[in-house]
Design a protein around this ligand. Sequence first.
Ligand code: EPU
Length: 461
Amino acid sequence: MTETIPVGAQPFQSAPVHASVMHINGGKPLNGRIDIKGAKNLVTKAMVASLLGTTPSVLRNVPDISDVRVVAGLLDLHGVKISHGEHLDDLVLDPRAVEQAHMAEINAYAGDSRIPILFCGPLLHRLGEALIPDLGGCKIGSRPIDYHLAVLRSFGAKVEKLPEGIRMTAPDGLHGAKIELPYPSVGATEQVLLTSTLAEGITVLKGAAVEPEIIDLVAILQKMGAVITVQADRVIRVEGVQELKGYVHRAICDRNEAASWASAALATEGDITVGGAKQEDMMAFLNVFRKVGGGFEVMEDGIRFYQADSELHSVAIETDVHPGFMTDWQQPLVVALTKAHGMSVVHETVYENRFKFTEALVQMGANIQLYRECLGSVHCRFGERNFFHSAVIAGPTGLHGADIVVPDLRGGFSHVVAALSAQGHSTVRNVGIISRGYERFTEKLDALGADFDDDAAEVRA
Ligand code: EPU
């Protein structure tokens, strides 16, 4: 590493003010430019990776979102010193005094985050013990951790379930393993990466997830000194090394946020330039966006999204692991599909319970029917298990304002977009959850000309 790391330059801080209720006057297009930062689904894992280093790491392009604050809090509990670097969106993570935290503190801090499970490998390497709480995350399915536990056991971890959480130890150290995942899980692949790099010997993972955020994590680990090969057909091979150093890395952009704003442009008949968006990370989305009637202009520093055709067209999509159409892209797009001519079909194959948000859209006048059947051809684990995981959207329907409650992160974004595109006034409750993944959400809406007020405005003033 050639850069000087300004450890402790400015204490880590953020001053978020999040509304829990928004009052929205809809029917106005969103127009203008907003800039996005690093991907939530990389940044939080990159912060955990710093635990593996013997020297401090610097992560750039970090968004000020609550998931980052939760992980920063958890790292702090484990003795990692966190400060801002040269810029406010740089984090300096110094793991030289890592120590064990108490289960009660971890439980209190983790909130709904699922990231604590990824602390296990690094903490086992550093301290020989890891404690993790009951895990949360958005309520979009049962979200088990069985793959994670199986992965950790294959490396030699001993897992003990306690009333207040899970305790792991590695009495004989962690050793490379041959692992095959039953499904290309993002989290379980990250678990293998974070555990194998310092494990003794060679690890071969089959059935790995290869999302761009995972490849960025591989790049970070390589900078730290790891030896990782991403092979064809979802195989990742890791040769364990004895020591990793800190890294300096700029996080890849949040393609999920970019896709969300793109759909917001379509649903409100607006024109939004997303600074920082990268074409190569969202090609599957851009193909669908174009088929629905959206236009996009790829620029050097972002992508402009707008409605290209005079009317929107229906489309059939199936969510899938990368390089397919991401599950996190469907919710705001469904709002735009309520305005498309014809019957659109969305087959959700990643999470079994990701259509709860459509109830509010129906309340607002959308014609959406949910089915237990697989309406598509992608192999899916949910068809025979009674989950309403396919949606048929008949359009065009005009939406009208309503009083609605946000169920989860991506569903929440889509509710706000629905309210912005609807005729009349809407009250959207529980919007605070949106700050888990969207930085300065209300400021961006302001910049795009949205007509709303919220119960945090007074505090901000
Ligand atoms: N699964 C299991 N057992 C496990 C782990 C996963 O059955 O031990 C199942 C899940 O229940 C799900 C499927 O495997 O049905 C895929 O889950 P995956 O492990 O890939 O998801 P994750 O790592 O928990 C991350 C993102 C999600 C994103 C998914 C898919 C983070 C923090 N979360 O979750 O992001 O949807 O990958 O790409 O990285 C979001 O940003 O709103 C969000 C939910």
